[in-house]
Design a protein around this ligand. Structure first.
Ligand code: LLP
Length: 422
């Protein structure tokens, strides 16, 4: 369920027509719905009732401060993958004690920042990283709370670029290596063994891979307990998919119930790291049609949003639903919806059946709340889009559109010279 619906033919974000937002803030424009974000968070939260749990929203999916602040007010924890994401969480009022720090390549300064701020746990992904965390913790005279990210070697059956739990992916450590590292960590006074983490991939539309992966990690948790290493939490990661078009992923209720069932008998806390399922369908990208054109037999709708604004179609072949903001016409076209960027991969859709649209009209690209703005860039010197958060009939500019001055911030045409060596 989301709050982008038609009223009198026109697409609205909650109570505001998208064309009015486009007029007020310009295009391309990311629009998020407060009611949808809140609802998604609460549904998932409720699905875990009866078991100690913490939702740690995966900041990378959409790191706008207004979105983070909304989740923080709901009581959310956060999953971060960089010091920059921790900075954002803190700035949005998130509690560091509810932050889990994942990621395969943490630098010393990032580890130190996280320890200084008092994050809940660092999810360690290799033997060498475990060593670095220990060194940094000793330097800071702290005990670092750690979990090992285990790679359960299951196939999540998703796009290869977003599968992370395969045996040969760069993420996590094998179950066997985890056993060895837990023993090492348990004997290290600079480390505090807190839990275990996994994350097998993203946009997963079946329960099977989650259940299999949890079963494998539970086996490890039991073995460790026999050796006297008791884990306080088990982090099942994120990855639950959303319907972009034809997919039918399990409802969050069903997913939550399956997680609980797979963890029955585990008396610790369960952590979840949902990203896409919370924000994906809570956001859209509004773009204006600039031109229509035809080259040979191929029909094009040229719009003002490019791959720099939404890279998912170009990068993963993602299929985002696209529809006119105004009441759709009866006549249909089959066209490529393309942006202004000078790359052939700059498309939002290819050979897509759409209601007839003309230059000047608005299109709405759905399910753009996750990995949309967050992955955007200013490639081709295109200032990044504005982001608006709607709540009923109130809109708030959560990020102003970038200006030309933003494009060159930090640069100098004639930088001062600095000579090295002799
Ligand atoms: N936890 C960890 C450790 C992760 O690496 C990720 C996502 C998540 C949680 C959240 O996963 P989610 O619930 O959103 O599936 N840019 C790609 C998705 C990359 C996902 C990376 N990791 C896309 O646009 O499809």
């Amino acid at each position: 369920m989301n709050h982008f619906q038609r009223r009198r033919g026109v697409l609205h974000a909650e109570d505001i027509p998208l064309d009015e937002l486009a007029r007020a803030y310009g295009t391309p424009l990311y629009v998020y719905s407060t009611a949808t974000l809140t609802r998604h968070w609460k549904v998932l939260e409720r699905s875990l009732r009866g078991m100690p749990h913490l939702l740690c929203y995966a900041v990378k999916a959409n790191s706008n401060l207004a979105v983070l602040s909304l989740f923080a007010r709901l009581g959310s924890g956060f999953d971060i993958v960089s010091a920059g994401e921790l900075y954002r969480v803190l700035k949005a009022g998130g509690e560091p004690g509810k932050v889990v720090f994942s990621g395969v390549g943490k630098r010393d300064d990032e580890i130190a920042f996280a320890l200084d701020q008092g994050v809940k746990v660092l999810d360690v992904e290799s033997a060498e990283e475990l060593g670095r965390v220990s060194v940094v913790a000793r330097r800071l005279k702290r005990r670092a709370p750690i979990a090992l990210r285990v790679n359960p070697a299951v196939d999540p059956k998703t796009h290869p670029y977003i599968a992370t739990g395969l045996r040969e992916s760069k993420f996590g450590v094998s179950v066997e290596e985890a056993r060895r590292l837990y023993a090492l960590a348990a004997g290290d006074p600079a480390l505090q063994v807190k839990g275990v983490a996994m994350h097998i991939g993203s946009q997963i539309t079946e329960l099977g891979p989650f259940v299999d992966a949890i079963a494998r990690v539970r086996g490890l948790v039991r073995d460790l307990a026999r050796e006297g290493i008791h884990l306080a939490h088990l982090d099942v990661g994120g990855g639950l998919g959303i319907p972009y078009g034809g997919e039918e992923p399990p409802h969050p209720d069903v997913y939550g119930a399956a997680v609980k069932k797979a963890l029955r008998g585990f008396d610790g806390e369960v952590l979840l790291e949902p990203g896409r399922v919370l924000v994906g369908n809570a956001g859209v990208l509004v773009t204006r049609v600039l031109y229509r054109k035809r080259n040979g037999r191929r029909e094009f709708v040229v719009v003002d949003a490019g791959m720099n604004d939404l890279v998912r179609p170009a990068l993963y072949g993602a299929q985002h639903a696209i529809e006119p903001v105004a009441r759709p016409r009866e006549d249909e076209i089959v066209a490529d919806v393309v942006g202004p960027v000078c790359e052939s991969s700059d498309f939002l859709a290819q050979r897509r059946r759409l209601p007839e649209v003309n230059g000047g009209e608005l299109l709405c690209v759905r399910s753009a709340g996750a990995y949309g703005f967050a992955m955007s860039s200013s490639y081709n010197a295109r200032p990044r889009a504005a982001e608006v958060l709607v709540d009923g009939d109130v809109a708030r500019l959560a990020r102003r559109r970038e200006t030309f001055a933003d494009l060159t911030r930090g640069e100098q045409a004639s930088p001062p010279a600095r000579r090295f060596g002799t």
